[in-house]
Design a protein around this ligand. Structure first.
Ligand code: COA
Length: 155
């Protein structure tokens, strides 16, 4: 884990169905097209890695990872709007990377909206590389947009 100044009061805990109302508040504020409650329920019940990030006990973010053989697929990584831009996204991504390395994963994969410059910057700064593009992958309010496929090779 990194030694960033934010690390002292941060902890991670499994996401539970009871926490979904609070998670949805964060999700709805953070994304233009948020996940539904059903999508979160599916991830939790399918045993994906679903973790809340707490700052002094308060939920300020979360991530959901699907493990496929020796690959981590990040399906959702989010920081509450009020806490964005303060290093918590970087910290959370580093925590995912540390766990993947400790479990001897081969790589981490994710998709990011072409328009999501903040997230793409975070991933590129964290060592991810673009390995593909999915045309018209994501819905937007008036059509569809491309997804970039990013990879972080481990090991
Ligand atoms: C994407 C997200 C997780 C990043 O977390 P964050 O806490 O805001 O980001 P951090 O403060 O840790 O910054 C990490 C890097 O992101 C980039 N970044 C952060 N804010 C940015 C902004 N406003 N504009 C451009 N790049 C930005 C920078 O590269 C930054 O690194 P630097 O500070 O060394 O320059 C967060 O903004 C978020 O939850 N957004 C909404 C949900 C989302 O889009 N999730 C990703 C789906 S693929």
């Amino acid at each position: 884990m990194n030694n960033s100044p934010v690390s002292e009061h941060i902890s991670f805990t499994p996401m539970t169905l009871e926490m979904l109302p609070s998670i949805l508040v964060i999700e709805n504020q953070a994304y233009p097209i948020p996940w539904s409650v059903q999508t979160f329920k599916d991830c939790i019940t399918k045993d994906y890695v679903c973790k809340l990030m707490l700052l002094k006990g308060q939920v300020i973010g979360y991530h959901i990872v699907q493990v496929i053989l020796d690959e981590y697929h990040i399906l959702n990584i989010c920081v509450s709007k009020d806490y964005q831009g303060k290093g918590f996204g970087k910290y959370q991504l580093q925590a995912i990377k540390d766990k993947a390395e400790s479990e001897l994963m081969n790589r981490i994969l994710l998709e990011v909206r072409a328009s999501n410059k903040t997230a793409k910057n975070l991933y590129l700064k964290s060592g991810f590389q673009q390995i593909g593009k999915r045309k018209n992958y994501y819905p937007i309010s008036d059509g569809r947009e491309d997804a970039f496929v990013l990879e972080l090779a481990l090991g």
